[in-house]
Design a protein around this ligand. Sequence first.
Ligand code: SF4
Length: 362
Amino acid sequence: MTVDRWHHFRENLLGWYRPERRPMPWKEHNDPYNIWLSEIILQQTRVEQGTAYYERFAATYPTVRDLARAPDDEVMKLWEGLGYYSRARNLLKAARMVVDQYDGDFPDTYVGLLKLPGVGPYTAAAIASFAFDRQVAVLDGNVYRVLSRYAGVATPTDSTAGKHQFSELATLALGEAPAARFNQAIMDFGALVCTPRKAACKVCPLAKACVALAENRVYDLPVKEKKLKRRDRHFHYLVIKDDSERTIIQQRSEKDIWQDLYQFPLLETPKKTLASADLPLHPDWPAWLPAGELTFRKRSQPFKQQLTHQTIYATFHTFHWKLMPGSGEGFVVTQNKLLDNFAFPRVIAKFIEDKRLLLDLF
Ligand code: SF4
C-alpha cells in the first residue's frame, strides 16, 4: 500500500474524529494513573459496564498511592462482577510497584510501562501516547479490524506474523500524526463506523481507498487463526447454614479461575447432575465437614456463567448444620448479613441476590 493511501487514511480519520462522539470520563484526563486505571478496567469489558467501575475506583482511590495502600480484599470486592480477576491482582501489584520502585510516578515510555504487571503492548501504547504524547500506535481489536479492512490484509491477527505485520501497518498509518488524537480516533472509528457486523461503508470517509470494500471482503476481515474453544465445567456448591443465620465460605487459592475470591465449599464433577445424597461420596468432600450431621434441604436449578474459555454451570445444594463450629483451617464461618463484605464470582453473587429477593436465605 502506498504512502499516499496512508496519508489519505490519516487525514480522513482525523477529519472524522470528534471526541464528543464517544464521551468517556477518562478522556478528560491526561494523568497516567487515570488512563492506566481505565485501560486495565476496560480490558475485555464493555464500555458501558467498565465506566461505572472506573468511576468507583477513581473515587475510592484518587491517586496511585491510595490504591497501593488499599487492602487486597477491599480491591477484590470493588472489582466484583468485572471478571478476569487476575487483572485486579495485577492492578494492585502494579500500583505498589509504581509507589515502591518509581516513587509514585508511572514510567513515561512504552518500554518502561511494559514492565508493570498487567500492562501489555496495547495498554503500554495507550498510556505512552495518551499520557506522555509518545509517538506509538495502539493495536486493539478495533484497530486490527480497521487496518485489516482498509489495507485488505488477511494475515491472522493472532499469529506472530500477523502481530508483526499489523504493528508495522499501525505505525505507517500513524505517521507523524498527533499520537494521542490518532489512537483515540482509530479506536472510536472501529467502535462506531467500521464495526464487526454492520460497517457503515456507505458513509465511511475512508471508503474511497478501502481495499476490503473494493474487493467485497469487508466481512471476511479480519481473520483469526485460532477458533475459540470452550469447555463446560459443573460446580456443586455446598450452602451450609445453621440456626444463627450463619454460613460457611472459603477463599479460592488454586491457580484457576476466580483465584482469591470467596465461594461456598465446592465439589466439581464432570457431569451436570449429581444427586445431593451422593455429594458426600465425592473425593473432594471436605474432611472437616461431617456429612452425618448435615440435613439436606434443597437444591437449586443450575446457574450459568459464561467465561471466555469456559461455561460454568453451578448448582447450589443447601444443608442445615445444627452444631456448626466457628471458623477453622481453610474455611470461614460468617453471618449471612456480612456476606457483602466478601468478593464472590458473579454466579455466586447472583445466587445470593436471588435468595435475598425471595427472602429465602441470606
Ligand atoms: S469502507 Fe467499510 S470496511 Fe472500509 S474502512 Fe470504511 S467502514 Fe471499514
